[in-house]
Design a protein around this ligand. Structure first.
Ligand code: ZN
Length: 531
């Protein structure tokens, strides 16, 4: 690899040949990652030690390069660097597109959680076909605890995957469902470009359930007289009307309605304002952070009235958000019910969109609470401004891969999941009926992957993922975790193809527009900024 200017990128064969001179056990190269910069070649390879960044070039250049790694010198020199925290910082400095950025100017955005840190290349391969921008790192604190990761590692895994796939479109990193300033801080310290504040614990549901006398008394006790005056002035006896091609819809609050909404949200509003101010002061001179409000974790459906009350109050307090996730249904229900509720969902969704449009943010839909059957052609209904979050896909496709290539491991995991069902289902809103899942004994190995198309089985594996990842035997050894990671790594290309297909299917259902020209799928399209 003599060329240092990137004008004539080397072929895959030539890359492979150039590694022959060195005493390394090269298992695989990731051709899309290879590029030249500042007189050196950079690219990802896999050795028996794992995935490594290879830096190739003249000895003096390689020695002057900032990545940390082991050097080999022949007629040219090679340095192999692991994807450590320090090297990730170097990567982000040298290739700035590997660093998460705010996506506030992108109207259509898709968040895809990569729980195990191995799925992102598949996500990228799907989304680069569409007119959208991805949030590639997206984990909640709960998910991080369950998977034994932290935000720094989550972003690190995304950054290397972005480099591997040569994706230069810009991606976001979301600290998802955060519930305290401390959680927000730990996500920001790691470098997230988006915060999703989960208000479920700050919402007082009694305000919706209790009789009018309780509401009157509580309102007097809890709401400051001055604030009450302002709130009544903002809402009482006014008609708020939205006109659209679908017709007109209005919201009007009577005194009881104002009081109920105020009590429902006052702690949530104070907390949102506090976090917003805290982020604003902290990030003053730094890049912007996208701010999402999540109401979808609270166990009541967010009506357009609730949403509007919250939005106007927020705006009155000078708080600007980029997206808000309402809750559309009270419970996670079966697909059959949801089909019946499709029209209700679409009408409500559209009202939420009209409200959000007035305050210049997007509606965010979290697919874990809203099965994909509902989301058909949502892009159009959202007037082209939507954030969609999916989180369980990478896990379920991982299980499908295991069923396909390692039936024995799948059978063990499936049986274990069944034994964990009672405990796991208590903590989660589920409707699965285990008797509808075909018994493993009666299934041949070839039949196993189709279990991942069975709704009850999907829920079973979905809610037991933490138990599966963390299960240990009496010697404190993981029962499945290591074999699962080994399988996913060994068959990574198959895993990425499956994810690509699955996500592409989701985005097509959503009605997302395809790109005229697929973003560089070809190898070596990265420009050399050197010389
Ligand atoms: Zn959510």
């Amino acid at each position: 690899m003599k060329s240092t200017h990137g004008d004539e990128p080397p072929s895959q064969d030539r890359i492979l040949r150039s590694f022959e001179a060195f005493p390394i056990d090269l298992l695989k190269i990731y051709p899309r990652s290879f590029c030249s910069k500042n007189g050196l070649w950079y690219g990802l390879i896999r050795t028996s030690q794992g995935r490594r960044l290879a830096v190739v070039g003249e000895r003096s250049h390689v020695l002057g390069d900032l990545f940390l790694g082991n050097c080999y010198h022949r007629s040219s020199s090679l340095k192999l660097c692991d994807p450590s925290a320090e090297n990730t910082e170097c990567l982000m400095d040298l290739f700035p597109y590997t660093k998460p950025v705010s996506l506030r100017n992108a109207p259509m955005t898709i968040g895809m959680g990569d729980r195990l840190g191995l799925a992102t290349p598949g996500h990228i391969r799907a989304i680069r076909k569409f007119q959208t921008h991805p949030v590639l790192a997206q984990q909640s604190i709960k998910e991080n605890v369950q998977t034994g990761r932290n935000f720094t590692e989550v972003i690190r895994d995304a950054a290397w995957a972005v480099f591997q796939e040569n994706y230069q479109g810009g991606y976001g990193a979301d600290g998802d469902h955060l519930k305290s300033i401390w959680e927000v801080k730990s996500a920001l310290d790691a470098g997230v470009s988006m915060i999703t504040l989960d208000l479920s614990e700050k919402i007082d549901l009694e305000a919706l359930r209790q009789p009018a006398e309780w509401v009157d008394r509580k309102f007097k006790e809890e709401i400051d007289e001055g604030d009450a005056k302002v709130t009544f002035h903002l809402f009482l006896d006014k008609a708020f009307t939205w006109k659209s091609k679908e017709g007109e819809f209005s919201i009007r609050f009577d005194e009881e309605g104002v009081k109920r909404n105020a009590l429902l949200f006052y702690k949530a509003l104070d907390f949102t304002e506090e976090v917003y101010e805290w982020i604003r002061l902290r990030r003053k001179s730094r890049s912007s952070v996208d701010f999402e409000i999540s109401l979808d974790g609270a166990s009541f459906p967010t009506s357009p009235e609730n949403h509007f009350f919250f939005a106007l109050e927020l705006s009155h307090r000078g708080v600007h958000i980029q997206s808000l996730a309402p809750r559309f249904f009270e419970n996670f229900r079966s697909v059959v019910d949801l089909r019946r509720d499709r029209e209700t969902f679409r009408r409500q969704f559209y009202h939420h969109v009209l409200i959000a449009e007035d305050y210049d943010y997007k509606i965010s839909v979290h697919s874990e609470n809203n099965p994909f059957q509902l989301l058909e052609q949502l892009e159009e209904l959202s007037k082209g401004a939507l954030h969609l979050k999916t989180s369980g896909t990478s896990w379920l496709e991982a299980m499908r891969l295991v069923a396909l290539v390692h039936p024995l491991l799948y059978r063990e995991m499936h049986s274990f999941a069944l034994s964990e069902w009672n405990e796991a289902s208590e903590a989660d809103r589920v409707t699965a009926d285990l008797t509808r899942i075909p018994k493993l004994d009666g299934l041949s190995d070839e039949d196993l992957p189709s279990l991942l198309d069975q709704e009850d089985c999907r829920q079973l594996l979905h809610i037991t993922y933490a138990a599966l990842l963390n299960a240990k035997n009496s010697f404190e050894e993981y029962l499945f975790r290591e074999r699962l990671y080994q399988t996913l790594t060994r068959y990574e290309e198959d895993y990425w193809s499956m994810l690509e297909e699955r996500i592409e299917g989701h985005l097509s259902i959503l009605g997302l527009k395809k790109r005229e020209e697929e973003q560089p799928a070809a190898i070596y399209r990265r420009n050399d900024t050197a010389t």
